[in-house]
Design a protein around this ligand. Structure first.
Ligand SMILES: Cc1ncc(COP(=O)(O)O)c(C=O)c1O
Length: 432
């Protein structure tokens, strides 16, 4: 049975309905479950509703969702081989499938982290550490300021991680007409950048499936420049990486196999529950050099070359959060994943046709994957806001406005195989 879409309530409404839930003597399991079922859960949107098409939704398989409960119920520590060997073995098998899709070598490996934000940050910290090490070996001084190449559609998490957390200069290269970062555009920007900035560049971030537009960068062109300049190539495929499993779009990712690090969020388009990001390194030794925590009490964990997931990202204690994804992959097999991703792509293609045929809509960017960005001709911000909140309050659909090139518009992000062309058609009709 499909869970209802539900809707948020205000703090005052929730307080009136739920009151004070944490008390000195406890309210007991029956009352706590009642409160959750009848009040709190109903004030949380169902991200896996077939007409939830905002941001990037999720659509966990039943197997993955069920196994998540088991992971939560077991006290498995996922940070080290010593404590969680069985869990880490299974997680690594799931990572291997992804590494093969990317085209990374056998030695590649990594870890499941909380989400794309932490995945991107961990990869870029490893990239800088590797650059520092290489410069030291070559006897080159540390640059005045480290810098990384991005573009306008690069995800906000990358820019925040670089500028605020790492204090690195974000060099923004103009995208092409679909917002894609391309090799020629990077070369042209390099011609006008001061030598002092160029000297500090240690990485370039390519996006394989931009969040707002769903478009894949010119990965081959970007990889070419990265190789020439000896920069680290990081690929953010948090949303779009699932497309690697789909033969109909695999060609768009050509060049991805040259990356040094890569992320994809199975909680987006690979049917796993929150929160789960697969982070992979071409050479995990470089990541280990950046992320391994050293302390006397941790010495028993650092044994030989055992695989300790906490060595590969910014975290120590970790839930074995890749296990629900692994379980579902093991149960259904990889072919089922290919079919489910192709199913969403075919719904997106049908949606694109419906938009083309609707005289009240205009597609804004040629889609690559399963995001469709379009405008309702004649609508202003207030029209989108009113329509969007009405659709949510009616429990009909969750489709929020967005902006593209300064203009308000809207988009469908389709990752749920249960979303049908009929769902999209009904939403399109509601915009007349
Ligand atoms: C391309 C891209 N990168 C990174 C992120 C951040 O991922 P998370 O929300 O899992 O931290 C997102 C989220 O939508 C994304 O679409």
């Amino acid at each position: 049975m499909q869970a209802p879409l539900d809707r948020p309530l205000s703090p005052a409404e929730l307080h009136q309905l739920a009151g004070e839930t944490v008390t000195e003597t406890g309210i007991g399991p029956a009352e706590a479950v009642r409160l959750w079922d009848q009040v709190l859960a109903q004030a949380c949107l169902s991200v896996d509703h077939p007409r939830y098409l905002s941001f990037i939704p999720g659509a966990p398989s039943k197997a993955a969702a069920a196994f998540d409960m088991l992971v939560g119920a077991c006290s498995v520590y996922g940070g080290s081989w010593l404590e969680g060997a069985g869990a880490v073995y299974a997680e690594n098998q799931a990572l291997r499938w992804i590494a093969q899709l990317v085209g990374l070598p056998d030695e590649a490996g990594g870890v499941f982290v909380q989400g794309g934000t932490i995945g991107n940050l961990s990869a870029l910290v490893a990239a800088r550490e590797s650059a520092r090490h290489k410069r030291a070996l070559a006897g080159r001084p540390t640059p005045d300021r480290w810098a990384v190449i991005t573009t306008g559609e690069t995800h906000s998490s990358v820019k925040l991680g670089l500028a605020v957390v790492m204090d690195v200069e974000v060099v923004q290269v103009p995208g092409d007409e679909r917002g894609r970062l391309t090799g020629p555009a990077i070369r042209s920007v390099l011609e006008s950048l001061p030598e002092s900035v160029i000297d500090g560049i240690f990485a370039v971030v390519g996006t394989a499936g931009s969040t707002n537009l769903g478009v894949v960068d010119d990965l081959a062109g970007v990889a070419e420049v990265a190789a020439e300049r000896d920069w680290w190539l990081h690929i953010d495929a948090a949303y779009g990486g699932a497309g690697l499993a789909a033969p109909s779009v695999r060609h768009l990712f050509a060049g991805i196999e040259r990356c040094d690090s890569f992320i994809v969020d199975p909680h987006k388009w690979l049917f796993a529950p929150f929160d789960c990001c697969a982070l992979l390194y071409r050479d995990p030794v470089l990541a280990r050099a950046a992320h391994t925590q050293k302390a006397g009490y941790l010495d028993p964990v650092a044994v030989g070359d055992e695989w300790n997931p906490s060595d590969f990202s910014i975290q120590l204690t970790r839930r074995a959060r890749g296990l629900p994804f692994w379980f579902s992959l093991a149960v259904h097999g990889t072919q089922a994943y290919t079919e489910a991703v192709e199913q969403t792509l075919s719904t997106a293609r049908a949606g694109r046709k419906l938009i083309d045929e609707a005289e009240h809509l205009r597609l804004l960017v040629e889609p690559d994957l399963s995001v469709l960005i379009f405008e309702r001709i004649g609508w202003e911000q207030a029209d989108y806001d009113a329509w969007s909140s009405r659709a949510m309050l009616q429990g009909f659909a969750f489709v929020t406005p967005t902006k593209h090139e300064g203009r308000v518009c809207t988009r469908f992000a389709i990752v749920n195989p249960m979303t049908t062309p009929e769902d999209l058609s009904q939403i399109i009709d509601s915009m007349r």
